[in-house]
Design a protein around this ligand. Structure first.
Ligand code: PRP
Length: 259
């Protein structure tokens, strides 16, 4: 990251904080670009979300505030690093209890690339014997809408026949990716399939996700229809390394979509 982008922000810096608090960019109409992935679309800003934004910023630890300031593309934080960590711990506890009851180790399958951080944090907190593998499913070209026809472009190494599989996603939006992957895993003979997603956008669902056997659906947060990045989620492959979930400034993708 270029040093020129770095601005040291502390909670005492009321001028900069005020800019975050009053920035109206998130409510600009017409900001949604038809060239963006569906899960990145932005909604109109609701009063509830504005209140959420204010509360989050007011409680932002100085380290997180500094990180926000370092990322010039971020409008505001939706879930802080501490909130993400706490919620991942809760989901991991629930998942661990269920996996512990199984007769044999489950296979946890991360969907690359977006799930990499969630998967890593999750499995470290699941104190149960399990296998980990990855798949890559592609349905969005660079900056395009979902084709609705995902393709498995990198398949499993582990044999899932007769196994309980837990698919780990960063986000479930239309449900296309997940439905295609579940059908793929079922064909490979998985005996049951659960889904564990960090974010869930049920308002955007086009395909209902059918679990297999005794599979369960776990989710970290229900996500509003905002252009969110961080904790694995990208915009043009950037921002995945942010330890929090933030809303991208509209000018970042409006600028790109006008090219
Ligand atoms: C994202 C995300 C999910 C999928 C969800 O992947 O990681 O896999 O989109 O969208 P859907 O429910 O509408 O199918 P993307 O194709 O952007 O790749 P990435 O994981 O590399 O970011």
């Amino acid at each position: 990251m270029a040093d020129t982008n770095m601005v040291v922000l502390t909670t005492q810096d009321s001028g900069i904080l005020a800019r975050f608090l009053t920035n109206p960019a998130a409510s600009h109409p017409g900001a949604t670009s038809t060239t963006q992935p569906a899960h990145q679309r932005r909604p109109n800003k609701s009063p509830a979300l504005r209140a959420r934004r204010l509360a989050t910023l007011a409680s932002l630890p100085s380290a997180a505030a500094a990180m926000v300031s370092a990322e010039v593309g971020i409008d505001y934080v939706l879930w802080t690093e501490a909130e993400v960590s706490a919620r991942v711990g809760e989901v991991a506890a629930e998942l661990a209890a269920d996996l512990r009851a199984l007769p044999e180790p489950a296979v946890v399958v991360g969907v690359a690339t977006g799930a990499f951080l969630f998967l890593a944090d999750l499995v470290r907190r699941v104190d149960v014997r399990l296998a980990v593998d990855f798949v890559r499913v592609e349905s969005y070209g660079a900056g395009t809408e979902s084709s609705g026809k995902p393709r498995i472009t990198a398949d499993l190494k582990v044999d899932v026949a007769g196994k309980h599989v837990v698919v780990v996603e960063d986000i479930v939006d239309t449900g296309n990716t997940l439905s295609h992957l579940i059908a793929h895993l079922e064909k490979k003979g998985a005996s049951s399939i659960s889904v564990c997603t960090f974010l869930d956008k049920p308002a955007r669902r086009k395909v209902s996700v059918q679990l297999v056997g005794d599979g369960k659906f776990y989710r970290g947060f229900e996500c509003p229809d905002y252009f969110v990045v961080g904790y694995g989620l990208d915009y043009a492959e950037l921002y995945r390394n942010l330890p929090y979930v933030g809303v991208l400034k509209p000018e970042m993708y409006k600028k790109d979509s006008s090219n």
